[in-house]
Design a protein around this ligand. Structure first.
Ligand code: ATP
Length: 596
């Protein structure tokens, strides 16, 4: 397929915010792509070269891309810089420069595969001379591109493709194009994706062999499974009712979720909740896990928690997040922040997948599989059949330094639901007993300059929740409390790479911050209550037609959620259900506390 055809469809995709329309455009495109080109086409469309968990990156700095644009468009680097200042986007700049320049007759048209392979060569080049090679490949690609093609090449290279195609929309389109588009077909496509975390693999299988092809995609050690997620509940009585009166309760540890892949031989791999590989940051787990697992190959899941080696007590979660994302000083941090892995689930044991077993059977397998040590332990667990027993366990969990409990269903249907949030797992945290039920993970979409003591710096951030139905970020608060001076100092540097001149289309708000920020950074806030608001747009219409939801007295908890991407933030639907649950909790006859 010619790259020109692909970018034409990119234009149409980028122009529509509507999921159904987008699905139609995707179906049209996927039906035209030759089978063996589907995989690269899908990766390119998602702005990737390989599934995200492989961490394959182009490694092209903005300056290098700008240089390649200048060379290919026969412009000076100064005019590229000027264009960039005006448009804020290298894609638009190169498109304009090439449109204004002399037409380049006789250039060989680019095919999708050539573009993909060119990018792969860039990603694979390293060491001495790699910068020269990267620029040479880029110039070659740009030189053969039309202005429109060059626009998307530049955006891809800088990781800013912005077609707005979400994984879920692409899965819709796959079910329609390569199966019969029914609910069952859609579920099979999604399940295969949840097991493999690889859209390219899914498209390959479904295009070749339809639903049967999807069934061949199993869980594989070395390839992360999308994590099962929990719902929340305002009280333990409700938890037990939802679980038919009996449930397993576990300590809810406050750390970093880790999915550990232990092959029979070879290197252990650790993945974060976002499925990034974090093995390098936790060498002691990589070294210790083979000895802790009796029957590899295995995949186990747990929470990695910082501990005090002297007392065995848990330390604040912030310490373990210092270790995540680290490239240097790993050895020193390993000594400063010792960790323990508390295992709570098993996905593969002895090479066989356990995903389809009910939770009690998985727990038994996990207990047999794990050889406990200082480094690796099983999550503390009990089975309860009454609210009193549940409360007692909850108190023990809090006394042990945990943030609450996780209730897990014991029913036949309590299989490992990869990638899904449901009431098979319910989280119940300490805060539920007083303030607003649970914290909220908000996405930064804007910033306001400070006044007074905060003059010359940012004084508050505009936060949004994620609406996974419309694929938009809807604001729910402006937060200025909870930031210490050191954090305020670092904010400008942290926001800089994401600043935008205009409001991104994906953000829905009636407020106008001083600076817009591309939704990328997630942080945790708490507040007094959720109220209806005329200016915030989160969940507009869910409670009242013209009102959104806002968080009163929001406060940053100090926790940056680096382990979450913008679409992993709290969703609009969750915010609405938090609003509803707080109404249930408010004592009768106390109107001062009820939301307006
Ligand atoms: P979510 O993961 O539900 O989007 P979140 O990351 O804010 O939200 P929490 O509200 O803290 O997470 O609750 C879920 C997380 O709790 C899990 O992803 C896991 O990391 C952690 N956790 C701690 N202990 C357990 C346990 N015993 N069983 C399952 N998860 C646990």
């Amino acid at each position: 397929m010619w790259f020109a055809e692909l970018v034409q469809q990119y234009e149409r995709l980028a122009a529509t915010p509507k999921r159904l329309e987008m699905r139609g455009l995707l179906v049209e495109l996927l039906s035209k792509v030759p089978r063996d080109e589907l995989r690269p086409t899908v990766y390119l469309m998602m702005g990737e070269l390989r599934p995200e968990f492989e961490g394959v990156e182009l490694g092209v700095a903005d300056s290098l891309a700008a240089k390649a644009v200048a060379l290919a468009s026969r412009s000076t680097e100064k005019s590229v810089a000027e264009g960039l200042r005006k448009t804020g986007d290298l894609g638009t700049t190169v498109e304009e420069l090439l449109t204004r320049g002399e037409p380049r007759l006789g250039a060989d048209p680019l095919s999708v595969v050539e573009v993909y392979n060119g990018f792969l060569r860039i990603a694979n080049s390293s060491g001495e001379g790699s910068q020269d090679l990267k620029i040479r490949i880029l110039v070659e690609l740009f030189a053969r591109a039309s202005p429109l093609e060059a626009k998307y090449l530049a955006r891809f290279v800088l990781g800013k493709l912005r077609l707005g195609v979400r994984e879920m929309t692409l899965l819709d389109a796959l079910a329609v194009t390569f199966a019969d588009g029914t609910k069952e077909a859609r579920a099979a496509v999604e399940a295969a994706y949840n097991r493999s975390s690889d859209l390219g693999l899914v498209v390959d299988h479904v295009a070749r062999r339809g639903l049967e092809g999807l069934a061949e995609i199993g869980v594989e050690v070395g390839r992360p499974v999308r994590p099962m997620l929990a719902e929340r509940s305002p009280d333990l009585a409700d938890v037990l009712t939802r679980m038919d009166g009996r449930a397993a309760l576990e300590y809810k540890y406050d750390g970093l979720r880790v999915q550990a892949h232990i092959p029979a031989s070879g290197r252990v791999k650790l993945f974060s909740r976002r499925l990034e590989e974090i093995s390098a940051q936790f060498p002691e787990l990589v070294a210790g896990l083979p000895g802790a697992i009796r029957n590899p190959p295995a995949i186990v899941e747990g929470e990695c928690v910082p501990i005090d080696p002297e007392t065995g007590e848990f330390r604040p979660f912030q310490e373990v997040s210092r270790r995540r994302g680290r490239k240097y000083d790993i050895q020193r941090l390993q000594e400063e922040v010792p960790v323990r892995l508390l295992l709570f689930d098993v996905l593969v044991a002895g090479g066989a997948t356990t995903l389809d077993l009910p939770f009690p059977q998985r727990r038994t397998k996990l207990e047999k599989l794990v050889r406990e040590s200082e480094l690796v332990r099983l999550a503390e667990q009990t089975t309860v059949g009454s609210v009193t027993a549940a409360e007692r366990f909850f108190e023990t969990a809090i006394a042990a330094g945990c943030e609450g409990v996780m209730a897990k269903s014991l029913a036949e249907g309590s299989t490992y639901r990869a990638g899904a949030r449901g009431f098979w797992w319910i989280k119940y945290k300490r805060e539920y007993t007083h303030a607003l039920a649970d914290s909220i993970d908000g996405v930064v979409v804007g910033a306001f300059f400070g006044h007074g003591r905060r003059g010359g710096r940012y004084g508050a951030l505009l936060l949004a929740v994620y609406n996974d139905q419309s694929d938009r970020f809807e604001t729910f608060c402006k937060v200025g409390s909870g930031f210490d001076d050191a954090t305020l100092e670092t904010l400008p540097g942290m926001l800089k790479p994401h600043e935008l001149r205009e409001k991104p289309d994906s953000v829905v708000t009636d407020l106008a911050p001083d600076v817009w920020v591309r939704p990328s950074i997630v942080l945790e806030v708490r507040g007094a209550e959720l109220t209806l608001s005329p200016t915030h747009r989160a969940g507009v219409g869910a409670i009242r037609p013209d009102a959104g939801l806002a968080l009163r007295f929001p406060r940053f908890t100090g926790r940056w959620r680096d382990d979450k991407g913008p679409t992993d933030a709290t969703t609009t639907a969750e915010l609405v259900s938090l609003y509803r649950s707080q109404i249930r909790q408010i004592p009768k006859g106390n109107p001062a506390e009820s939301p307006p």
